[in-house]
Design a protein around this ligand. Structure first.
Ligand SMILES: NC(=O)c1ccc[n+]([C@@H]2O[C@H](COP(=O)([O-])OP(=O)(O)OC[C@H]3O[C@@H](n4cnc5c(N)ncnc54)[C@H](O)[C@@H]3O)[C@@H](O)[C@H]2O)c1
Ligand SMILES: O=C(O)C(=O)C[C@@H](O)[C@H](O)[C@H](O)COP(=O)(O)O
Ligand SMILES: [Zn+2]
Length: 359
């Protein structure tokens, strides 16, 4: 069992990582929970883990109600959010309740945003059940829903009270979803920690086999990096933007292809490769580093290339709307080495056209 703290003054919170925490984690979370809880999951995760999560929360002394939402990225919408608000109002929940998100990043982002806005803000907790949610989305307080014109366009920064991640839940995760989570894991190595990237290169087999020591090291390292970055820059005024490596391209793919057709992690994987290729084109990254990045992404069966039908004309409208853009100028996160990245606003549209033309 590992505990990592996100240091944010009064909004600080613990991340608990371990095996069996949905069965026996009550001692870790009891003191942080209010008496009234709305436990929210989806149609896929609920049959697997709702019962143990309910039992855990009830051993903590909470009065629990549950809500099961439809599954998938295409339901990360205002309409689904409204199901949460309606349920909470029907139950008569007040500001002293907590919402608990049991599921992957879609559930976590939606429940977090519902908590940020219900009666102008209630507490929430993250019980992440995908690799992607454990290494990334459950930590840091970015919450959102999608808009047809852009990913995560409507949202808020709202930190959870606690994050409880039971690594055992990964045993039921489909292989494609595990790989999608690995895209964000690889991202941390490139943007922050070259030694971690090298460790990932050396431990591919153990990770694919869900070997517990390798998995817990990888999840822990990602959470440490994210906690450090978020503590330094909670609302993305500076260094936090680095966590967006691959996302300007990736979000364009997700929106253009229709939410859910490309998984978030798949789109980010391709986005990271595009960022590396662009950095190489600009003379900032050596080809050998691009090759290492592509090789590791490919080793986890993640896509290296965007959809064939997507070129400059299809990417650009999405990229100009990216949340990092300032006065219509695209800002990109580009690697300068494995382990070091920079926020760059000097890339011209001609340079981007050249990137897509050479694919
Ligand atoms: N807030 C953030 O900082 C942040 C960071 C990264 C990604 N995200 C968001 O997270 C979302 C992607 O999250 P995701 O990859 O977890 O997708 P997801 O939430 O859609 O989960 C993937 C699939 O796995 C199922 N599932 C979840 N846990 C399972 C389990 N243990 N066993 C079997 N099936 C399980 C889900 O029901 C779903 O079908 C995107 O919307 C992305 O924008 C947010
Ligand atoms: O936590 C962050 O900051 C991130 O950028 C993490 C990303 O992996 C995540 O996908 C995030 O939701 C993207 O944020 P957005 O602001 O580009 O929507
Ligand atoms: Zn992401």
């Amino acid at each position: 069992m590992e505990r990592i703290d996100v240091h944010l003054g009064q909004r600080s919170y613990p991340i608990h990582i371990g095996s069996g925490l949905l069965q026996n984690g009550d001692g870790l979370i009891r003191e942080l929970l209010p008496p009234r809880v709305l436990l929210i999951s989806n149609e896929v995760v609920a049959p697997l883990y709702l019962e143990s999560a309910t039992a855990l929360l009830s051993r903590c002394g909470c009065q629990i109600d549950t809500l099961v939402l439809p599954d998938g990225e295409r339901y990360k919408t205002f309409d689904t959010l409204n199901l949460i608000f309606t349920k909470a109002l029907e139950l008569g929940l007040g500001r002293d309740c907590s919402f608990v998100a049991l599921g992957g990043g879609v559930i976590g982002d939606m429940v977090g945003y519902a908590a940020a806005s219900y009666q102008r803000g209630v507490q929430f907790c993250q019980f992440p059940t995908t690799l992607l949610a454990q290494v990334d989305s459950s930590v840091g307080g970015k919450t959102a829903v999608n808009h047809p014109l852009g990913k995560n366009m409507i949202g808020a920064f709202h930190q959870p009270q606690l994050v409880l991640m039971d690594m055992d839940t990964l045993s039921t995760l489909p292989a494609r979803e595990f790989a999608a989570g690995m895209a964000e894991v690889i991202k941390y190595g490139i943007l922050w920690d070259g030694d971690f990237f090298a460790w990932l290169e050396q431990h591919q087999a153990e990770l694919k086999a869900l070997q517990v020591d390798a998995l817990s090291y990888a999840i822990g390292r990602c959470c440490q990096i994210k906690a450090e970055v978020v503590a330094e820059d909670e609302t993305e005024r500076g260094v936090r933007a680095l966590l967006n490596l691959g996302h300007t391209f990736g979000h364009a793919i997700e929106a253009e292809q229709g939410y859910g057709n490309w998984l978030h992690g798949e789109a980010v994987a391709t986005g990271i490769v595009l960022a590396a290729q662009l950095a190489q084109q600009l003379g900032w990254l050596e080809q050998v580093q691009v090759d290492r990045i592509s090789a590791l992404i490919s080793a986890f069966d993640l896509p290296l290339n965007p959809p064939q039908e997507m070129g400059f004309e299809q990417f650009m409208p999405h990229m100009r709307r990216d949340k990092k853009a300032l006065q219509g100028i695209v800002r990109l996160i580009l690697p300068t080495a494995i382990g070091t990245t920079e926020v760059v606003s000097s890339v011209t549209e001609d340079q981007l056209r050249q990137l897509f033309d050479t694919l």
